[in-house]
Design a binder for this molecule. Structure first.
Ligand code: UDP
Length: 374
């Protein structure tokens, strides 16, 4: 069959590869001038540093099949995401762990003591079924740690009060009563040796796949294809006819440094009077490489305008209502499957995106078709 894919990010590359391997003819239209979507990486011409052009992407998963799959297209080298945060003139370790707790409270507690201590910290909160980010945080770590590490950062990142945000955002982060400072608790974690774009390029390197960069999609372009997998923005597919789904976008102010600027890949800034949320020093994403020069991004978040790159779907009540209207429209379109972060308007990690892409391709190969949403 003749299959059209819109978007050459992870969803498009994985579905394209799976269908091409099964003998289908795959055409991909990508609006930007590069592949790999927001996990695009490229080497900086001056320093040779591998830069994450759209901000930090660390691959982590519990899904052995997904881990095996990415390993077919790139060599993954060991990488542990060890994030630091600067708050009120001190550097702390994230996610909140025993080191963070002892440093913050000036104590030398052992795990069980710290656990009891945090239980007492939480005692003044009577929240049983947390719905909001704030309730979840108060129940999780108590008021002092919440106000230092989460409140300011979250206001900057999301541009609204944590009491308005869903609890699910915080549920991404662990709390540890030991000295494990690995940001992620997943079994598999690593960084592709030559970056994500090289991995995606390897996925797309198949004779059954034809890629067109710089090719924004309009619905008429799907004529003549047997099926469309669409990984672009869901509202954009319908020319925003019901209104725009809200996103946060990011601005990266690039700067350079000779040597090592901050000693780690990601330094968060929890204080509200510091405008940026974090600084990324890209060379630390490739600890096996040596570079004298350094490339850094100072990152700030704001509401996305119509011409901005969408990053984080906002998914508050208003967006969810609009989303369900778009989902209804989408379900009325025959021969189209909406996939990925933008196509389904969800905050997706890379491994989940790949899992869902594999599932969508498997469904199509088994049934010869695929519903609007899997
Ligand atoms: N967060 C925070 N302080 C931090 C790091 C994270 O308050 O130092 C909150 C913030 O609301 C963020 C959420 O936790 O949006 C999820 O964090 P994560 O690091 O998973 O965000 P990502 O790297 O996907 O932007």
């Amino acid at each position: 069959m003749n299959i059209l894919l819109v978007g050459a990010g992870l969803s498009g590359a994985v579905i394209g590869r799976q269908l091409a391997e099964a003998g289908h003819q795959v055409t991909i239209f990508e609006a930007r001038d590069h592949i790999a979507g927001n996990c695009h990486t490229e080497r900086d011409a001056d320093t040779g540093v591998m830069v994450h052009r759209y901000g930090p992407h660390i691959f982590h998963t519990d899904d052995a099949e997904v881990w095996g799959y990415v390993g077919k297209f790139a060599r993954f080298l060991p990488y542990r995401n060890r994030v630091k945060t600067t708050v009120a003139g001190q550097v702390y370790s994230l996610p909140i762990n025993l080191h963070t707790i002892n440093q913050f409270f000036g104590t030398a507690m052992r795990p069980e003591e710290a656990r009891r201590f945090i239980e007492d910290e939480k005692a003044d909160t009577s929240i049983t079924d947390p719905q909001s980010f704030e309730d979840q945080a108060l129940r999780f770590v108590g008021r002092d740690l919440y106000e230092a590490f989460f409140r300011g950062y979250t206001r900057k990142q999301w541009g609204m009060e944590p009491s308005q945000l869903p609890a699910s955002i915080l549920k991404r982060l662990p709390l540890r009563f030991n000295y494990d400072d690995n940001y992620f608790a997943h079994r598999f974690q690593g960084m592709p040796e030559e970056g994500y774009s090289a991995m995606v390029a390897a996925m797309l390197a198949h004779e059954g796949i034809t890629l067109h960069l710089n090719t924004p999609f309009k619905r008429g372009m799907a004529a003549g294809f047997d099926h469309l997998f669409y990984a672009g923005p869901l509202d954009g597919f319908f020319d925003n006819q019901l209104g725009r789904l809200g996103y946060r976008t990011l601005d990266f102010e690039e700067f350079r440094h000779d040597g090592d600027y901050q000693g780690c890949a990601v330094m968060n800034y929890g204080d509200e009077d510091v405008p940026h949320t974090r600084i990324t020093e890209h060379k630390h994403f490739s600890p096996w490489e040596e570079h004298e020069g350094s490339v850094l991004y100072r990152e700030t978040a704001r509401a996305a305008g119509p011409d901005d790159i969408p990053y984080y779907p906002i998914r508050l009540l208003e967006e969810k209502a609009l989303l369900s209207d778009y989902v209804e429209l989408a379900q009325g379109c025959a021969g189209v499957t909406f996939v990925g972060r933008l196509g389904t308007y969800r905050y997706l990690d890379m491994d989940v995106t790949i899992r869902e892409a594999l599932d969508a391709a498997a469904h199509f190969l088994e049934h010869g078709t695929c519903p609007a949403f899997l």
